[in-house]
Design a binder for this molecule. Structure first.
Ligand SMILES: [Fe+2]
Length: 230
């Protein structure tokens, strides 16, 4: 499935207990940051980021970094390549959130999206396979999708529920064109994003953009995303 389409779904890949524990950790950290911000939860929880306005997102939390390391061999078996873990991201989405169609930057060469928690409102991720066919895939807590995020356009339409938690795990191929993006150019997984090598990231982003545009000259440039969030 992965070789033909560029993605594969694995149901119940992560246990219910693990998802509940990670969801608690996400919400505790969000609450702690809200207290330190001096703002109300209502205001602070929906601060958004560059990619999704109606959301709350955090880079490289300990639980999601550890999960990225833990699932490396699973992802390697699906994609058929040896991989470096790069970085992780976790996000809460709120009513009305959308994610416009995009592809990912080089440190998201292969990505995992895992649903951690939901309010039982379906919210499928859209993905266009190698042949150009659109798929809408519902992920319940514990389900994940592994996809070639640097090649396949993906998106989410408007969210109708109250809150859904997801985390994103990113990998690059060892000795591949983006090998240097190992650990997202940080000294190790779990280290702060301000330890990234921004000059190297800029150079590889540009290489990726040019390569990708050359292979996809029919695709509008405005579909290309360079956001950090994957
Ligand atoms: Fe993405």
């Amino acid at each position: 499935m992965f070789k033909e389409n560029g993605f594969e779904v694995i149901r119940n890949a992560v246990s219910e207990d693990a998802c509940v524990i990670m969801s608690h950790e996400f919400r505790m950290i969000r609450k702690c940051e809200s207290i330190w911000s001096g703002k109300s939860d209502q205001e602070y929880f929906q601060k958004g980021d560059e990619q999704v306005e109606l959301s709350y997102a955090m880079y490289g939390l300990p639980f999601s970094e550890a999960l990225t390391i833990r699932l490396t061999s699973l992802v390697e078996n699906v994609v058929g390549e040896k991989l470096h873990p790069c970085y992780s991201y976790a996000r809460a989405y709120y009513t009305g959130a959308t994610m416009s169609a995009h592809i990912d930057r080089p440190s998201c060469q292969y990505s995992v999206t895992l649903c951690l928690d939901w309010d039982r409102t379906d919210w499928p991720i859209g993905i266009k396979d190698y042949a150009g066919n659109d798929h809408l895939i519902q992920l319940d807590p514990g389900d994940l999708i592994i996809y070639n995020g640097s090649e396949l356009t993906h998106w989410r339409d408007e969210y109708a529920g109250n809150e859904q938690l997801q985390c994103f795990l990113h990998y690059v191929v060892q000795d591949g064109p983006f090998d240097e993006m190992k650990y997202d150019t940080r000294p190790y997984m779990g280290t702060a994003p301000d330890l990234k090598n921004q000059d190297l990231i800029y150079r590889l982003n540009e290489k990726h953009r040019v390569d990708w545009m050359n292979r996809n000259d029919q695709v509008l440039e405005d579909l290309y995303g360079t956001k950090n969030e994957g």
